[in-house]
Design a protein. Structure first.
Length: 399
């Protein structure tokens, strides 16, 4: 390894979200011998900055006056607190890595980099504006008021830094379209945590959770975003014709519309809702599944994103049924880790039934997925690519 780096990371996410992209990068950079300070939004605090040590990462939590999903990088009070803190923090840092370019991340980062003449790297981890996630997970009033603002902050600052890390190939192309040189872009998909999401035996997991071993169980993991589940519920109704006792485990807190859809398709009794779970319980609950489902329609926000849940699915050693869109299409066609279905409930159900009725195929695909999680997508491996990118940028900016 080359010299030790001291890195300042400024994130738009809250502290409570376990294993976020910035937290993963920070944690494994520290394990590689680097020093990292990570600035995040406090979970609930409205006043006061709190500093702590998390897995060797110096974590700085800044207060925010907003609530819920709005507590994600837009609050002026948070911005002022961050700028005040950084006016006293003299590092010394080698570079600043800014996660998304929203007001509470990009303005403190630009100010700090200008003051101490440091290189700035920005991270792009979702397609937010221009037909992206804002059209799917935000209410209409929000889209009308803030749609243009979201797109502006997503795009306007990408050329201001020396490099960009992107979670998908589509965002890499978008960055190039904005004028970022290809050699200044590092494609870094979401990584796996194979030491945490262990491939435990289904019998052990089901006994712990209280589910029978005799029925087929599907899995869908999410905290609060349950996009595109309609096709899964439609497919589930078809699967239930052959396997009336089939269950689907849905983690997190789904919208009322999901419950209403399950009733409309006659599968309300086939759904096992867990609600929010302690993070340490997630591998046990998901370990009950024979296979996972990942609905992925051909929409802008899917073309531009990498669904991190697929990393957990791979780590657990189970096959996944998904759709041939974006980087998921490339992943499944490059590595045999599951089956791709047309965006059609009947075909989705057909692929699910195939895996239920052919455990030898499901087992082989699951073994491939677990192997891929360890040998290619483990954050311990991906972080070396980021480390090399940092060294490259520092070398080119200092010469």
């Amino acid at each position: 390894m080359a010299r030790t780096l001291n890195i300042l990371m400024i994130s738009h996410q809250r502290r409570l979200k376990s294993h976020t992209r910035s937290q993963a990068m920070a944690k494994y950079l520290v394990q590689r011998g680097h020093k990292v300070s990570l600035m995040v939004i406090a979970d609930y605090r409205k006043v006061g900055i709190v500093e702590s040590d998390w897995d060797g990462v110096h974590t700085i939590e800044t207060p925010d006056l907003l609530w819920g999903r709005l507590r994600s990088g837009w609050d002026l009070w948070n911005l002022l607190n961050r700028m005040a803190y950084l006016s006293r923090d003299k590092g010394p840092y080698d570079l600043v890595h800014c996660f998304e370019t929203r007001p509470v991340t990009i303005y403190p980062a630009l100010l700090y980099c200008r003051r101490y003449k440091l290189p700035l790297v920005t991270d792009w981890n979702d397609w937010w504006g221009r037909g992206g996630l804002i059209d799917e997970v935000r209410p209409r009033w929000y889209r009308l008021l803030f749609g243009g603002l979201e797109t502006y902050y997503e795009e306007a600052f990408r050329k201001r830094g020396v490099g960009v890390t992107v979670i998908s190939t589509a965002l890499a192309r978008r960055a190039i379209g904005l004028g970022v040189p290809a050699e200044r872009i590092c494609h870094l998909p979401g990584g796996t945590f194979p030491d945490f999401f262990l491939p435990r035996q289904k019998a052990v997991c089901r006994k712990r959770i209280g589910l029978p071993l005799s029925i087929p169980i599907l899995g869908f993991s999410s905290a609060d975003s349950h996009l595109d589940l309609k096709i899964v519920l439609q497919a589930l109704s078809i699967v239930a014709e052959r396997y009336p006792a089939v269950k689907i485990i849905i983690t997190g807190k789904p919208a009322k519309s999901i419950i209403e859809l399950s009733k409309a398709h006659g599968v309300a009794g086939n759904i096992h809702l867990t609600g929010f779970l302690p993070y340490k319980e997630l591998p046990w609950v998901l370990g009950c599944a024979d296979l996972f489902v990942l609905p992925f329609p051909d929409k802008v926000y899917n073309v531009g994103r990498w669904p991190n849940k697929v990393c957990d699915y791979m780590s657990l050693g189970r096959p996944t049924v998904s759709n041939p869109v974006g980087d998921i299409k490339t992943l499944f066609e490059s590595y045999e880790i599951g089956l791709l279905a047309h965006w059609d409930p009947a075909d989705f159900a057909k692929k699910i039934i195939t895996l239920i009725e052919h455990p030898e195929i499901a087992g082989k695909l699951g073994d491939n997925a677990r192997d891929l999680a360890i040998t290619v997508y483990d954050w311990k491996l991906l972080i070396r690519k980021l480390e090399e990118f940092y060294y490259l940028l520092l070398c080119t900016t200092q010469n």
